[in-house]
Design a protein around this ligand. Sequence first.
Ligand SMILES: NC(=O)c1ccc[n+]([C@@H]2O[C@H](COP(=O)([O-])OP(=O)(O)OC[C@H]3O[C@@H](n4cnc5c(N)ncnc54)[C@H](O)[C@@H]3O)[C@@H](O)[C@H]2O)c1
Ligand SMILES: C[C@@H](O)[C@H](N)C(=O)O
Length: 373
Amino acid sequence: MPIVRNVSRAVSQLLQSSGCGCGVSIVPVRCIGVSPRQVASDAGFHSVSFAETDHPRVLITGGLGQLGVGLAKLLRKHFGKNNVILSDIRKPADNVFYSGPFIYADILDYKNLREIVVNNRITWLFHYSALLSAVGEANVPLARAVNITGLHNVLDIAAEHNLRLFVPSTIGAFGPTSPRDPTPDLCIQRPRTIYGVSKVHAELMGEYYHYRYGLDFRCLRYPGIISADSQPGGGTTDYAVQIFHDAIKTGKFQCNLKPDTRLPMMYIDDCLRATLEVMEAPAEALTMRTYNISAMSFTPEELAQEVQKHVPELQVTYSVDKVRQAIADSWPMNFDDRNARRDWGWKHDYDLPELVTTMFGFLGSDSRIAQAN
Ligand SMILES: NC(=O)c1ccc[n+]([C@@H]2O[C@H](COP(=O)([O-])OP(=O)(O)OC[C@H]3O[C@@H](n4cnc5c(N)ncnc54)[C@H](O)[C@@H]3O)[C@@H](O)[C@H]2O)c1
Ligand SMILES: C[C@@H](O)[C@H](N)C(=O)O
């Protein structure tokens, strides 16, 4: 009994002393072991010049998905090519492999991840590995492992090595009982997908580590992201990328959501710029550690009409995927991002017309538009 009392006294003292989130010295260090793996010595990022050390040393996990390669490109422009390491468990395409440092990193392998962070003196970590909403429902055990166990590894390593940590969340962190039009930063969050549950968990764990251990955790809830030169990884908002490819290739598009399904969306350049901006924001400016960010919101029907301004002969049909539709029906229709705009000056550049024009500019639709006219 006295032991229990002593322990609970110690815990309550700890909790009281760490409430401000500043300067807490205890971090969740896991048992130190010898890693069986070695980072390749020819990876090309060990010999940095002195000037390069002024910049953050960045690691991106899950970097070969829809967003990671673009993020690496943006960060390399700002911090230098060799200061940004892209990682994934997949094999990179030639152009990605030769554009800057790439390394194999499985976020479920704690020791390997720690070794990469230590050997490369990483100071900022962007944690992009995840299974998205639709693929997550198709393989719940894997989604749980990658999205939850993987996050635990990343959090511990980040806290142990004093990293600034970015973890993206999503509109999918809300559910049918959340206010949907608009959805504020702070409201009820009861998502019905393993993806959403894992992202709420990430938000809460990151904030807990911030207040408990002083971890510099930063998180943005992204809308559905639309990009031209990278493919989405199995989400509910994927249709909004596919329509552009199909419009150009076949002039026919079969949408897997109902025509009036309204969801928040964003062009990739806005999303990546927001990510860099929140990471660079002074800590004093951040009144919260998890922010909604918003740009536009549309339905498949509205997107199709805008696309048809560029490809008038596009034929759109609807064949609803029940799983994706149920997910979309539980997500926000509009996102309230006033806190991000107030605290660190978030401002989107792309609305729907600019998005569609930019996508066709990238995908080289000129010949098709010419044919249509
Ligand atoms: N793309 C969007 O519309 C969107 C919207 C909201 C939030 N997000 C979030 O942004 C992040 C990046 O999204 P994305 O669209 O690039 O995802 P994606 O599905 O395209 O890519 C995820 C990457 O994670 C990797 N991965 C899977 N298991 C791994 C493991 N064990 N170790 C290391 N890597 C592993 C995959 O190989 C893949 O390349 C995710 O966390 C996602 O939840 C994306
Ligand atoms: C919105 C988002 O997190 C992802 N694009 C998905 O649909 O799952």
